[in-house]
Design a protein around this ligand. Structure first.
Ligand code: SD4
Length: 337
């Protein structure tokens, strides 16, 4: 059976329904777009994050959650672990640069009240998620970019640092020798941290932060700075985050789509699968890149799904602290995007 047929069978939906591709086509029951409130006891606290390095980020976030702290504080402190780690080559300090050798960072954060903040194309600041939170809490805006974001960070007391480590510089120099200065989509080891948490008070928040695609064009901004694309939180419903080829996530407004599907009654798992399906339907070249989604609903249920094999994620709740492999659409072993 083809992957597509298997996928459709798994979701229990009909081919005409999938072809319509409208949200309403997925067995939305009755006229109401609001999901029936489930009467289960919520699992909480819960924190989930992307990729292997997310495990230590979860450990950090868990300290806050277990102590009864806020989901917002948990995700902000959690994602700073890979941001500050020079050995993580895809987030913050130590991130691989653009094709001109500049490390440029994208981050966003969203809280339980629907407030959001983000920075994009930010250079020289090791923990961009902290700046994103300040944009959210201290300015009347949602997003600051480039020099303006850097000036704002400096005014708030951040130091400008050189984020290009010797290791990242060496890899860039190696890349330059035969890359013909072409931005590359098929690049390995370039993973964003997306994290979402539900705290003991039943509130949801999320954060997402990255140095973006390696060898990208100077000035390129990915999904990780875009509220609705790589991150969306609706405290009534749930939250979602994304990793992978940001262009594909932005063009389908992935995280927002997942939250809206959950609003219509889909489980986090079903919602992630439908959002991946949307990308596959819209991108004839979807075999050549990776996107992975994570979702968490108000009940503490989680979901994860990716286009390709190899999307690792982490789930911490009162019963487990686990690193897991997401189900995926294609059986091919292409860990690239
Ligand atoms: C981007 N979404 O800049 C990021 C890269 C990423 O896993 O998530 N990689 O497009």
């Amino acid at each position: 059976m083809s992957s597509r047929r298997k996928f459709i069978k798994k979701l229990g939906i009909t081919l005409p329904a999938i072809t319509l591709l409208g949200v309403q086509a997925y067995e939305v029951k009755g006229a109401s777009i609001l999901a029936e409130k489930k009467k289960t006891t919520p699992i909480k606290p819960v924190v989930i994050s992307t990729w292997k390095f997310g495990f230590s980020a979860n450990e950090k976030a868990w300290e806050t959650l277990e102590a009864g702290g806020k989901a917002l504080d948990a995700v902000e402190s959690g994602v700073q672990v890979p941001e500050s780690d020079p050995n993580v080559s895809s987030v913050g300090f130590g991130g691989l640069p653009d094709r001109d050798g500049n490390v440029t960072l994208d981050s966003c954060i969203m809280d339980e009240t629907g407030n959001a903040g983000s920075v994009a194309f930010l250079q020289g600041i090791k923990n961009p998620i902290r700046v994103a939170r300040m944009v959210m809490e201290k300015t009347p805006h949602v997003m600051l970019v480039g020099k303006g974001a850097q000036d704002y960070a400096v005014a708030e007391g951040f130091e400008i640092e050189d984020l290009l480590t010797d290791k990242a510089r060496t890899r860039w120099e190696e890349w330059k020798t035969d890359a013909n200065y072409k931005p590359e989509i098929n690049v390995e080891d370039h993973d964003t941290i997306g994290m979402i948490a539900l705290d003991k008070h039943g509130n949801l928040s999320g954060a997402c932060t990255t140095s973006g695609l390696a060898w990208k064009m100077h000035g390129r901004v990915g999904d990780s700075a875009i509220i609705g694309a790589a991150l969306f939180v609706d405290n009534e419903i749930g939250a979602a985050t994304a990793t992978g080829k940001g262009e594909a996530v932005m063009k389908t407004v992935g995280a927002f789509l997942i939250v809206e599907l959950m609003r219509q009654g889909k489980s986090p798992q079903e919602a992630c699968e439908l959002a991946v399906q949307r990308i596959i339907e819209k991108n004839p070249d979807s075999k050549n890149f990776q996107v992975g989604y994570l979702a968490l609903n108000k009940e503490g249920q989680t979901g994860a799904y990716s286009i390709q094999k190899g999307f690792t994620y982490n789930v911490f709740d009162p019963n487990k602290k686990e690193q897991m492999q997401a189900d995926h659409y294609y059986e091919t072993d292409v860990r690239s995007y």
